[in-house]
Design a protein around this ligand. Structure first.
Ligand SMILES: *Cc1c(COP(=O)(O)O)cnc(C)c1O
Length: 426
């Protein structure tokens, strides 16, 4: 089939993320990807500034990841995880326990980020049920978050961004506090800390857990906050008997400059969600890790098991690639790469501040954001960045990048130039 025929069928039959049906926005047809480059059917090559949504941290067709995948496929692609187990999943769980903050001991391998959030929530609700506090089944979060698109995760997404008005009566009504004050380097605001303290104290009897994205709120608005708020949440939840879930599906594996964003705060949550870059962007896999205390609580209950078991749980191909990706991170070279990308983005995005329509420019780790004073015109933005040889996917008033860690200085400056051009025109 010709590219045009494929695109016509795509528009007619294929749902895309947050897409209308029939499709109105024409997608770009990708035929190959290697390194940081996407190759399109019309011969163009684009530098990928999105890492396929935070995931492809080592770039595409990485020889080590390719080899791990092929070697595993030659042994077995999948077996059920009920009653059977295998080395790739065992090694992965063990490595995740080693790498993540001290105290997380048990690993549930899920098949997508949203499902890992479902499992994390289930762990917390079931924990309280098991220890005889079944009334504790509400969640608290701050506004501006994103935790996935299935129903329970949706209930803790930002109520406006997550379109909660559409789902009134369907979604559980969770407890929201205002979004955390902006700025990774801005010292915590006492008035806001008081808001957190009052909410947790007043609702302790009904709260199962507080769930937040640590340090960076991603798809909810690309906002950064001071790690002090996370330390406060840890103390408050401990004092008032509430569990704490960190959703590091976007921030995990080095993106913010530390292997996990929780390290900026030096705290361990009771439950931690990982996904996206877990397999280096190759295959879908996520994880929910919990402490021994959470697991022991669940095991004391009337139903002493965690009642969840995805068909493709622990998929060996995903686990083998995840192990290879963690192996690439193990030599520590990622830290210098992320710091180098951070310096490149800081310098190259700075001129955006002079554009009249730009309200903020912010960089943390390998994340660069230009915020406009109006919603981005997607069609114009996409045309402008692709003309600059770059792939970006702005949303709302945000033009942002989180490039693969292997991006060269040259790649970073090409991405930044495209962002500036889009900010000027879209
Ligand atoms: C992407 C994301 C999710 C959802 O993960 P999926 O794999 O898309 O289901 C949840 N939380 C955060 C913070 C994310 O960035």
């Amino acid at each position: 089939m010709s590219p045009d025929e494929l695109l016509a069928l795509d528009a007619e039959h294929v749902w895309h993320p947050y897409g209308p049906m029939p499709g109105r926005v024409e997608s770009l047809l990708v035929t190959e990807a290697s390194g940081v480059r996407l190759k399109l059917a019309d011969g163009r090559e684009l530098v990928d500034g999105m890492s396929s949504w935070w995931a492809a941290i080592h770039g595409y067709r990485h020889p080590v990841l390719d080899a791990a995948l092929t070697a595993q496929a030659a042994k077995m692609s999948h077996v059920m995880f009920g009653g059977l187990t295998h080395e790739p999943a065992i090694t992965l769980a063990r490595t995740l326990v080693d790498l993540t903050p001290e105290g997380l001991a048990h690993v549930f391998l899920a098949d997508s980020g949203s499902v890992s959030v479902e499992v994390a929530i289930k762990m917390c609700l079931q924990y309280w049920q098991s220890v005889g506090r079944g009334a504790k089944r509400r969640l608290m979060t701050w506004r501006g978050g994103y935790h996935g698109d299935t129903f329970h995760p949706m209930s803790v997404c930002d109520p406006d961004g997550g379109m909660h008005s559409l789902w009134r009566g369907t979604l559980p009504e969770q407890l929201f506090v205002p979004e955390p004050p902006a700025g990774f380097d801005t010292e915590p605001d006492q008035a806001y800390l008081d808001v957190l303290a009052a909410a947790i104290e007043n609702h302790a009897d009904e709260l199962a857990a507080v769930i937040v994205e640590p340090v960076v709120q991603g798809a909810g608005g690309m906002r950064f906050h001071h790690p002090g708020y996370l330390r406060a949440l840890r103390e408050l939840t401990e004092v008032h008997g509430v569990l704490l879930i960190f959703d590091e599906i976007a921030t995990g594996f080095g993106r913010t400059g530390r292997l996990f964003a929780a390290e900026h705060a030096g705290v361990t949550p009771d439950v931690l969600c990982l996904g996206k870059a877990l397999t280096g962007g190759y295959l879908t896999m996520a994880a929910a890790l919990c402490t021994a205390e959470v697991a022991a609580g669940i095991s004391r209950g009337e139903v002493p098991v965690l009642a969840h078991g995805p068909t493709f749980m622990g998929n060996p191909l995903s686990a083998a690639v995840a192990n290879a990706s963690l192996g690439l991170l193990a030599n520590g070279g990622w830290a210098a790469d992320v710091a180098r990308i951070e310096r490149g983005l800081l310098a190259a995005l700075e001129p955006a501040r002079d554009l009249g329509s730009v309200v903020d420019v912010r960089v943390l780790g390998a994340i660069g954001v230009i915020q406009l004073d109006h919603p981005v015109d997607m069609a114009t933005a996409t045309r402008v960045v692709t003309e600059h040889g770059v792939w970006l996917r702005p949303f709302r008033d945000l033009i942002y990048t989180m490039p693969p860690y292997i991006s060269t200085d040259e790649d970073v400056s090409v991405i930044a130039e495209a962002m500036l051009a889009a900010a000027a025109k879209a």
